[in-house]
Design a protein around this ligand. Structure first.
Ligand code: PHE
Length: 345
């Protein structure tokens, strides 16, 4: 091994110039690759005697470090191949558009309803989607043989028990849990997902969303219920909205009613959305049955209250004139993007 071998490489390194990354890589292979010049010197080093090893060990290591440093330096300064060979970069070009997601129509409507009732002093209460028979039916005065308790209508998780687990069919179960937990006055709304064993069609789905409400205090009357619904309808559908109540039946309310709002599309003239009637059905409601109050430990002689419940998909359908419920669940981008510009509520 000779000193000149090292100097020769140092000399070459001095003069080394690389324009592209490809050339840098070639230079690296030439010096440091398996058959590279520096590598060869290291191999030679292994065979030389002790005295020579002492002489060449340090310069050889320094050489290797300098080569590596030079390669790194060239790597940083050499142009990328693409840039050197390809077209020049146009830095004024706009970037790739990054598409932001948007709120789902059901969650837009839910938020709007929650905000309206918050203004009226209602709190939001939530509860489990997998419920027991007691909270969905029993405590709500459903008779033992009520059709809703049938497999045809309810998804059971564990059947055959005294108090089977099931997917809640309405969020009234959350109202029961609230009554168990709280003393009147109670003012809550319960938004949430519910499940019913229905064939999927344009008008029905096995999953949908509800907001239900409950108000219990001393001396609450049907007039209070009507006023609350009227105020809500006007906030939701516009200040000229009228409501109409039709007698109905629910096991947990007495008396019960179905509420229609004046069609906000034809303003009562009759159109295909309201099927020519001028009215759109939006919710069910009624005065909480005393049996329901007592079942949850509320004194029905002292307190009375009202409850109401509505389907969010249905309200969103009326709001945006969506004619098929299935759109809400299929996540077709073309449908979802329609709501990208919907007001942030
Ligand atoms: N729970 C009823 C339903 O799911 C709605 C409702 C709630 C009706 C409260 C009256 C009172 O259809």
């Amino acid at each position: 091994m000779k000193r000149e071998d090292i100097d020769k490489i140092l000399q070459q390194l001095e003069e080394l110039k690389c324009k592209t990354q490809k050339e840098v890589e070639e230079a690296r292979v030439r010096f440091l690759g398996k058959k590279g010049e520096v590598t060869a010197l290291f191999e030679e080093f292994r065979a030389i005697d002790k005295a020579q090893k002492a002489e060449f060990g340090k310069p050889l290591n320094e050489l290797k470090q300098r080569v590596q440093a030079k390669i790194d330096e060239l790597k940083n300064s050499a142009a990328d191949e693409g840039a050197a060979n390809g077209p020049r970069l146009d830095l004024s070009m706009p970037g790739d558009p990054y598409e932001l997601g948007s709120r789902h129509p059901v969650s837009i409507v839910r938020q709007e309803i929650v905000d309206i009732f918050r203004k009226f002093g209602y709190d939001v209460a939530e509860g489990p989607e997998i419920e027991d028979d007691y909270h969905v039916f029993e405590a709500l005065n459903f008779p033992a043989n009520h059709p809703a308790r049938d497999m045809q209508d309810t998804f059971f998780v564990s059947a055959g028990h005294l108090n089977p687990l099931l997917l809640r069919t309405h969020t009234s179960s959350v109202q029961v849990r609230t009554m168990e937990r709280m003393e009147p006055p109670i003012r809550v709304i319960c938004p949430g997902r519910v499940f019913r064993n229905e064939a999927i069609s344009a008008r029905a789905h096995c999953i949908f969303h509800q907001v239900e409400g409950l108000y219990i205090d001393e001396g609450v009357t049907f007039a209070d219920l009507k006023q609350a619904i009227l105020l809500f309808a006007r906030e939701m559908f516009g200040p000229d909205t009228q409501i109409r109540m039709r007698p109905s039946y629910f096991p947990f309310t007495e008396p019960s009613a179905e509420v229609d709002v004046s069609c906000n599309i034809c303003h009562g003239q009759g159109c295909n959305i309201c099927k020519g009637t001028g009215w759109l059905e939006i919710l069910g409601c009624g005065m909480v049955d005393p049996n329901v109050l007592e079942a949850s430990g509320i004194d029905s002689k002292k307190y009375s209250g009202f409850a109401f419940g509505m389907g969010l998909e249905r309200i969103a359908m009326l709001k945006w004139r969506v004619n098929d419920l299935r759109h809400y669940f299929e996540n077709d981008m073309r449908f979802l993007q329609e709501f990208a510009s919907a007001p942030e509520v």
